[in-house]
Structure formats: C-alpha cells, structure tokens
Design a protein around this ligand. Structure first.
Ligand SMILES: Nc1ncnc2c1ncn2[C@@H]1O[C@H](COP(=O)(O)OP(=O)(O)OP(=O)(O)O)[C@@H](O)[C@H]1O
Ligand SMILES: [Mg+2]
Length: 266
C-alpha cells in the first residue's frame, strides 16, 4: 500500500477536493483505495455522501481497529471518516512520549495488503494528527493555491516536511500541485514560474478554477460523477495519470507572466 498525504499547512488550498477526487479517480481505474480523513471538519464523508461514523478517532484512541471503522464509499473506494472528536485523539497522541508520531502508521498497518493506495486528507496546521499523517506517509502531494498568501507559506511547509522526514525516512515531497489556476488573475504565470524554478519535475499539471468542483461537494459526488466533461474532471484525470505514473507531466504552460513581484524564498 502506498500512502500519499495530501497536505499543506495553509487552509483552503484544495486538499480535500484533491484527496476526494484523486481517490475516486484511482478507484475508477481499478486501484483499491482507502481515503482517510484526518481533519476535524469531516469533509470527506460529506463530499462522498457516506456515513460519518465510526471515525478515525476510535482507532487512534485504541477503541476500534481500522477494519472496524472502514465504510464503503464507491466501488474500489473505502473511507475512514473523521469528525470534531479527532481533537481529543490529537491531544492523546501528543502526550505519548516517544512514538506519538507513529500512532497513525500503527493504525493503518493491518490494512496494508488490502489497498493499493491510502490517500490521507490532512488538516491545515501542524497539530499531532497532521504530524502523524506525514509520519505514516510515503509521499506528500502538496496543493499550492496560486495566490500570494498561499505561496508565501510553501517553504515553511517544506521545512516542516523535512523535520518529519528525519523520523520517517520514506517520506518524500513528491508532488507540488498548483490549484485555483486562473489566467484572469495577473501574475498567475509568474507564480507558476517561481514554483517551477524551485520544484522542477515535482510540479504537477495545475488544477484550474472550476465551479463544478465546488458544486460537486454539495451533490455528494466526485467530479467524475458530477461533471465528467468539466475542466475539473479533465484536470483531476490528469493528476490521476501523474500519480499512476509516479511522475509529473506539467503540460499546460503558464501564460501572461507579469512583473516579478512575489518573493518565494526558501
Ligand atoms: N479548482 C477549484 N475551483 C473552484 N473551487 C474549488 C477548487 N478547488 C477547491 N475549490 C473549493 O474551494 C474550497 C476549499 O477547498 P478545499 O476544502 O478542498 O480546501 P482544503 O485545503 O481542504 O481546506 P481546509 O484547509 O479547510 O481543509 C471548497 O469550497 C472547494 O469546493
Ligand atoms: Mg480540507
């Protein structure tokens, strides 16, 4: 089982949208996928219209095994849901002295042979559960919204991943996924170029702004169910290609580069 953490400390950058649609996209291509919601907001169950109980909290508190909390979401796609009780699990994990960062890895171990991919939807911020998500992952897929505020936080996140990687040697920041790509916004090309300069071959094809992605959530459908002809479905289909291939093929070139205004320093 390959564990991919969809993570970024900044909020609202498209983590959940990416985790849900990547998971369903992989499942539709025949991969066995476990989507794990690691956020108190509990958005994954809502996005797919799946029961929100039992939850990951039960597992992290030692009150259930992972197999007991898995819910079938779609063909080939299972979900471990979360809700606000995850805060309690986070506090308990934080008190474990030596191996608190391994609680989630231990929890997932029993299903390692059952799935091809585990996709983790991380919460924003850096609490104990968020550290656990990186502590158990093989790869990080980091959505970066193409706006100056989101870009400013990228290198802090890179340092955070590096710190966790000292404890989890498998961990690699493998994919940078530009999100909210909108050519009408000045400096979009410039921001993409700066990311490319720093992350090179780790850059995925950007996800464009697409209202269908936001609306799909309300209908409890993935983008492939809600609007299969949309730009959102096309872009997330491309991301599925890139994850399947294990590399990025950033096909869409940025347009409309503007003056250098954004500092993106390591
Ligand atoms: N490409 C897109 N085009 C338009 N809307 C989008 C796009 N991607 C995500 N959204 C919408 O933007 C909002 C934030 O997205 P999402 O919840 O995926 O971010 P997040 O990083 O998981 O947020 P949080 O940090 O709070 O967990 C949601 O309303 C979502 O539907
Ligand atoms: Mg989210």
């Amino acid at each position: 089982m390959r564990i991919i953490a969809v993570a970024m400390t900044k909020g609202g950058v498209g983590k959940t949208t990416t985790a849900v649609n990547l998971s369903h996209g992989l499942a539709r291509r025949g991969h066995r996928v476990l989507l794990v919601d690691a956020d108190t907001q509990g958005q994954c169950a809502k996005a797919l219209g799946v029961a929100a109980e039992p939850t990951l909290t039960d597992v992290l508190l030692g009150e259930a095994t992972i197999l007991e909390v898995v819910n079938r979401a779609r063909e080939n796609l299972d979900l471990v849901a979360s809700d606000h009780h995850l805060t309690k699990a986070s506090l308990v994990i934080a008190r474990r002295e030596y191996d608190g960062h391994l609680a989630l890895a231990e929890a997932l171990a029993p299903v390692a042979d059952r799935y091809d991919f585990a996709i983790m939807d991380a919460a924003p911020g850096v609490d104990a559960v968020a550290v656990n998500v990186l502590g158990c992952a093989d790869d990080v897929l980091a959505p970066v919204a193409l706006n100056p505020a989101a870009l400013a936080g990228v290198f802090e996140f890179v340092r955070h991943v590096e710190r966790v990687a000292r404890h989890n040697r498998r961990l690699a920041l493998r994919w940078i996924l530009p999100t909210f790509h909108d050519l009408r916004v000045r400096q979009t090309g410039e921001m993409l170029e700066q990311l490319r300069t720093h992350f090179g071959g780790r850059m995925c094809t950007p996800i464009r702004v697409n209202i269908d992605l936001a609306e799909a959530f309300g209908w409890k459908r993935s983008i492939f169910e809600h609007a299969p002809q949309s730009r959102g479905a096309e872009d997330y289909g491309q991301l599925v290609n890139e994850v399947q291939a294990g590399s990025c093929v950033a096909q869409r070139e940025p347009e409309g580069s503007a003056e250098r205004e954004f500092a993106l320093e390591p």
